[in-house]
Design a protein around this ligand. Structure first.
Ligand SMILES: *Cc1c(COP(=O)(O)O)cnc(C)c1O
Length: 232
């Protein structure tokens, strides 16, 4: 058994356990395998082990892998910071973008999304307390941004994403996830129809699932430690 296969089996089991502990149906949580810095061969190996959704942070690296693996029925999620002059290849090659945090980026993605493709699935990245990076819209501004993004014709607004800073304190960690879940519920109470909470990484996905995550983004626990590339 390869390392990727056995890692995937362990992560899937942990996702199942966390889902059951939370009293949630197993199919409400999706595993996104974050393959940044790992080669196309690793993605192929994960695919052969049954994984079809992959997350990437670095555009050129992602485009190279998407091209090499184009014969496989994979779902690609862009989860990294977005420069406004790089939106076109994202609109043309990805199924999801998790890291939209301003209207200008959303407008460009919508106008550049090819008519031949389904609308691009979008999550708005929220800068919750303790956010590790400086990206993300402030939680008090996210509802307004969501209303504007929801009007763009070639996008499908799905929900919210966050990257809470890793912390030793389980309470603090949980508080950021709870805050995200409450934000999503409040927006839906105001008439939005968001079905996605993208939160939880290798070190904290079980807690994220307990607090309502519907997509967990797991890299290290599947592919191993990263040797190059910038951490967020
Ligand atoms: C790298 C990354 C992940 C995966 O992190 P791991 O700790 O390796 O599981 C998830 N989400 C984002 C946005 C990332 O940049």
């Amino acid at each position: 058994m390869t390392a990727i296969l056995s890692n995937l089996q362990a992560v899937r089991q942990a996702v199942t356990d966390a889902t059951q502990a939370a009293g949630r149906a197993r199919d409400t949580v999706h595993l996104l395998a974050v393959s940044k810095t790992f080669p196309a061969a690793s993605v192929r190996e994960a695919y052969q082990a049954g994984q079809t959704a992959f997350g990437e942070n670095y555009l050129q690296e992602a485009l190279d892998k998407i091209e090499v693996l184009r014969e496989l029925p994979l779902e690609w999620h862009f989860i990294g910071p977005i420069q406004s002059n790089k939106t076109r290849p994202i609109a043309e090659h990805f199924d999801w973008v998790h890291s939209v945090d301003r209207l200008k980026i959303a407008e460009r993605l919508s106008s550049q999304r090819p008519e031949s493709m389904p609308p691009l699935n979008i999550c708005l990245q929220v800068n919750v307390s303790g956010e590790a990076s400086k990206s993300g819209v402030a939680s008090e501004d996210v509802a307004q941004l969501a209303r504007e993004v929801a009007r763009l014709p070639r996008l499908k607004l799905r929900g919210l994403m966050a990257i809470p800073a890793p912390t030793e304190s389980l309470l603090q960690q949980r508080a950021a996830f709870v805050q995200m879940h409450e934000l999503l519920l409040a927006m839906n109470a105001q008439g939005m129809q968001l079905d996605t909470l993208s939160m939880g990484m290798s070190h904290d996905f079980a807690v994220a699932i307990q607090e309502g995550a519907t997509i967990v983004r797991v890299g290290t626990a599947i592919f191993g430690a990263r040797n190059y590339g910038g951490e967020q």
